[in-house]
Design a protein around this ligand. Structure first.
Ligand code: TYD
Length: 135
């Protein structure tokens, strides 16, 4: 239930372009088990609307922009992502919604666990109930 935060990456830039490297224990605050990406998104089609019981994630907006609304049941956090030079860390038991997804938005997500439907809490009231017992 860590608070979300932005990790600024070291961008290796020269006249050939830019390169960002992420390593476990350095920029990546967990052991990497899964990578996925999202594209073909739409401003009028928000996504997310769930929390995870165990999953930790680092979200990188490789192209375009979007807003993340995060909620731990006590506090909400708003992040505007529009740069591949930083990542948004999202801990477990954090309700997330993705809004204002630009058409050119590409989100790369680095995840600490393999895909597991049972790790999802997709009902907000259930999420609020569960964090009372989890805390
Ligand atoms: P979903 O969790 O609905 O996306 P959102 O982040 O917007 O809530 O995932 C969309 C579909 O992709 C759903 O059928 C589950 C599938 N999926 C996988 O098969 N593996 C994965 O690692 C993820 C994240 C989703």
């Amino acid at each position: 239930m860590d608070e979300p935060y932005i990790i600024k990456f070291n961008t290796h830039a020269d006249d050939r372009g830019k390169l960002v490297a992420l390593e476990e224990g350095q920029e990546l605050p967990f052991r990497l088990q899964r990578v996925y990406y999202m594209r073909g998104l739409s401003e009028d089609k928000p996504r997310g609307y769930h929390a995870h019981r165990n999953l930790l994630q680092l979200v990188i907006c490789l192209s375009g922009s979007c807003n993340f609304l995060l909620d731990n049941g006590r506090q909400t956090f708003d992040f505007h992502l529009n740069s591949p030079d930083e990542g948004l860390y999202i801990g477990n038991y954090m309700w997330r919604e993705m809004h204002q997804l630009s058409r050119d938005c590409i989100l790369l997500i680095l995840a600490s666990e393999k895909y597991s439907p049972s790790d999802y809490i997709d009902d907000y009231d259930k999420f609020i109930e569960e964090i009372k017992t989890h805390a």
